[in-house]
Write a protein that binds this ligand. Structure first.
Ligand code: 8YV
Length: 315
């Protein structure tokens, strides 16, 4: 049987590209100069889309593929896939949960530590010779013993909280309901109340229409001039305009961000701020995790075309 035709939305590392192309007939959307013309030409042959979390598959792309059966996402977040369009046509959607959870949690906690202890500035101080010429680096803020809030105690939020417990932080969380696996961690339903009792607020929610701008001006100002916001989820969970305004006016102490509206471009106002730590959406970006994610993308496609149960279905 001929290999199923797959639309590849964005590039993958070579270790994923080769096995993908060995198993499927791959059409590289991301290399097409005229995306519309490319979709019009290959769309009717496409039975599967291989995409990435932040790239997804929108309604127009799905509509251009009338024989589409499955969208396989390289990422846990599937907010950029038009699920309604998929549901309406019985198109399956898969993602890559679990394999990236530890790395995303690690980066979130690392950002908190790096930002609180001023590690980026301190490194520049040492590297530039300022340490030798000007003396000791300015004092920073302690982490251990403080209060952390985790907004969204799903898989990633749980791993963040577990790590924070190791730093002796006093943990509370917010979610749609209290979680049976939360142990001693305090449940606070209202995100504003959670922010009010937090020195560090982690955003670890799966993004959806319901969570859009859940971290708005009120939450940000409740976190306050000494507080830090850490976002390793999706930019849409935070009102970025309110965040920038609060960082610029000192109503929020600082932020550590792995995700931005319109990324990979982002609002240049962030660059003028000394109180933000910027990361290029690479929370899952380790060789180990990315290899596991690529494998799962292929395993889902392979299972689907073999008529087997999907390893990690979304719908
Ligand atoms: C991206 C992510 O998929 O898991 C997610 O939802 O956003 C990331 O892991 C990653 O940048 C790969 O494109």
């Amino acid at each position: 049987m001929a290999a199923p035709h797959i639309l590849q939305v964005g590039p993958y590392p070579a270790w994923d590209q080769e096995p993908l192309e060995a198993a499927f007939t791959v059409h590289r959307y991301f290399e097409a100069a005229d995306k519309g013309a490319f979709l019009a030409e290959v769309g009717p042959q496409i039975r599967g889309i291989a995409t990435r979390g932040e790239l997804g598959a929108d309604a127009a792309m799905i509509a251009a593929c009338p024989n589409l059966e499955i969208v396989s996402v390289y990422g846990v977040g599937y907010d950029a896939v038009d699920l309604d369009a998929c549901r309406a046509r019985g198109i399956r959607v898969t993602n890559t949960p679990d394999v990236l959870t530890g790395d995303v949690a690690d980066l979130g906690v690392a950002m908190m530590l790096a930002q609180s202890r001023g590690m980026v500035g301190a490194e520049a101080w040492a590297r530039s010779g300022s340490w030798a010429n000007q003396g000791l680096y300015q004092l920073q803020r302690r982490v251990w013993g403080k209060r952390a809030g985790v907004l969204g105690l799903g898989r990633i939020g749980f791993e963040v909280a577990k790590r924070l417990a190791g730093f002796d932080l006093d943990i509370a969380y917010s979610d749609v309901a209290a979680k049976p696996y939360a142990g001693q961690w305090e449940f606070i339903a209202d995100p504003v109340a959670l922010a009010e009792r937090s020195d560090f607020l982690f955003v670890t929610l799966a993004a959806s229409a319901a969570t859009r701008h859940i971290v708005g001006r009120e939450v940000i100002e409740a976190l306050g001039p000494e507080g830090m916001l850490i976002n390793v989820s999706r930019a849409a969970n935070v009102d970025e305009e309110a965040l920038l305004a609060a960082l610029e006016t000192g109503k929020l102490g600082s932020a550590a961000l792995d995700v931005f509206e319109g990324e990979p471009a982002f609002n240049p106002r962030f660059l003028a701020l000394p109180n933000v730590l910027l990361q290029p959406h690479h929370a899952s970006g380790t060789i180990e995790t990315r290899k596991a994610m690529g494998q799962l993308v292929r395993d889902n496609l392979t299972a689907h075309f073999a008529g087997q149960e999907l390893p990690t279905p979304v719908i």
